[in-house]
Design a protein around this ligand. Sequence first.
Ligand code: C2E
Ligand code: CA
Ligand code: CA
Length: 586
Amino acid sequence: MFDILLEVTNSLIVAAILYTLLRGIKHPDVRNQPGTRLVVIGFGLLFFSLLIDITDNFPELNYLVVVGDTKFQAFLEKVAGMLFGLFFLALGLNRWIPSIHKLASTRSSLEQQVKKRTMDLEHVNKRLLAEVTERQQAQKQLEHQATRDTLTGLPNRYALTEFLEREISRASRRNYFSAVLFLDLDNFKSTNDLLGHEAGDRVLKTVSDRLGLFGRKEDFFGRLGGDEFVLVLTELDGCLQVAAEQAQTIAQKLISALDEPILMSGHKLNVSGCIGIKLFPDSQKKTVGELLKQADMAMYHAKSNGPGVASFFCDDMQKLVEQRLNLAKELQEAMEQEQFYLHYQPQVTIDDQVFGVEALLRWNHPTRGMVGPDEFIPVAEEAGLINKLGRYVLHHALSEWSKFLADGVWEGGMKVAVNISPSHFLQADFVDQIEHIVCSYDLTGCHLVLEITEGVVIQDIADVSAKMEALRRLGIGISLDDFGTGYSSLAYIKRLPLDSLKIDRSFVRDIHIDPNDAAIVDAILAMTASLEIEVIAEGVETEAQRNFLRRRGCNFYQGYLFSRPATLADLVEKGVFEQTVEYPAV
Ligand code: C2E
Ligand code: CA
Ligand code: CA
């Protein structure tokens, strides 16, 4: 029974194989394999011999498979079937195996190719990814460079324009005011010219660090270029008045932040700046360009009251700026057409003896008549005409002075004081210029005093003091004008070879009424007494002022009380120079 089961199982297995083969043979890949047919025949014969085996136990099935009748014939058929079957199978497999082998190796090489391609693709992918990131980074950097200032790292004009465009519409949509604070440093050009660009860069960086602390995160702080910075304050109050006060407070803080001197190779450099404020939105919708222009105008207006002043833009300013531009053009012509002349104002001692005069420039404008220096000197400074104008005044003053001296109008010993603008004094060849001008007249330097302002003194003290020493060697006196209005400290005054110091007329005006002014004058007099510097009080208009000054120990005066400025000829005619005395020596 077991035999039968085994044989049936064998036959079923072989039949299953045969069946699978026959089905598989339909597939072109199998059918086209060399040896497939031989394998099928081999299995067919094996199946056949197995069937014969089965008929051993079921002779009634003999008719199905046994060709012969006897058991021997059946045995022979079985053996022959098996042998042939095995033979064909071996033959078939012999052809199959190499092709299977080939198939396997093709497959593995394909697999390898796929692997290699995948790796290649991964590599390409990685490179692509790296390239994309690199590009993105380059793009970012380009954007950064396009919107950032390289020196300070602050956003630049381009970024400001973008910010303001958004902010203008945001502010009008959300009903609040914003403000553009346009800051320009005072005398930065001189710092740059005098101390070099490296020092200039350091100043700009320090300033940007200090001012950067004031904006909130929704505000904008950037550098427009040069010494111009802009802070845009956003989301101020919805009431114009309150918003203006808020902007003013911040502007004041910015100005104070610059107060602390900057240490520059052992020297303290004083920095200050003026701010123009423009609030927006306003009734007429402004473009970014217009906003910035108005903030810039306000800044120029602040400069005229500066240093260290903040001004709001108002419509009158537009007219003022236009007038100034015209004035700058006309100034140039005025010099060519000799429209300038000089007034002189005597400087007197305690006994009304004249020891010198101050030359004050006047412009006889062809249509406007007399234009005062307070109006046109700042314009000449802005327009870069001040140095030329300064030389013009020196020539004029010395030429008139030498003429009157030669005519014997007064005894020798008096001096003529000429006002010098800071930018003129800071020119590298200033001393040579002065020497050259003095030598062109029949005079020595002993007739000349240069009045300089604190704007000069706050610059590089070593250079300023070297220039002053050189001027002194030529016999030229140095007077510090408008003292008390600027920033010069006692430390500066001590280190400079000054001959005299002029107390600003703003302190003299209320000296006998305002105890603060009196205290300042007292302090100046006490300080200079130990330094051997003469003090001249300017703007003395009344006896009360003079008496007060005299009691405090100030012995030299200038002002309307003694004489208004006038031409030399007028002064001579009035007999101003009847009693003269030598310029006080120190
Ligand atoms: P400053 O150097 O302080 O000149 C004195 C100013 O005070 C003059 O004004 C003079 O007329 C005025 N003054 C004199 N006495 C009195 C007085 O008793 N009371 C009052 N209230 N004022 C008095 P001015 O001539 O209008 O000059 C104004 C400023 O213009 C000068 O101030 C000076 O800074 C500048 N300036 C004048 N001429 C020149 C110049 O040739 N070159 C330069 N760079 N600046 C000049
Ligand atoms: Ca003066
Ligand atoms: Ca003065």
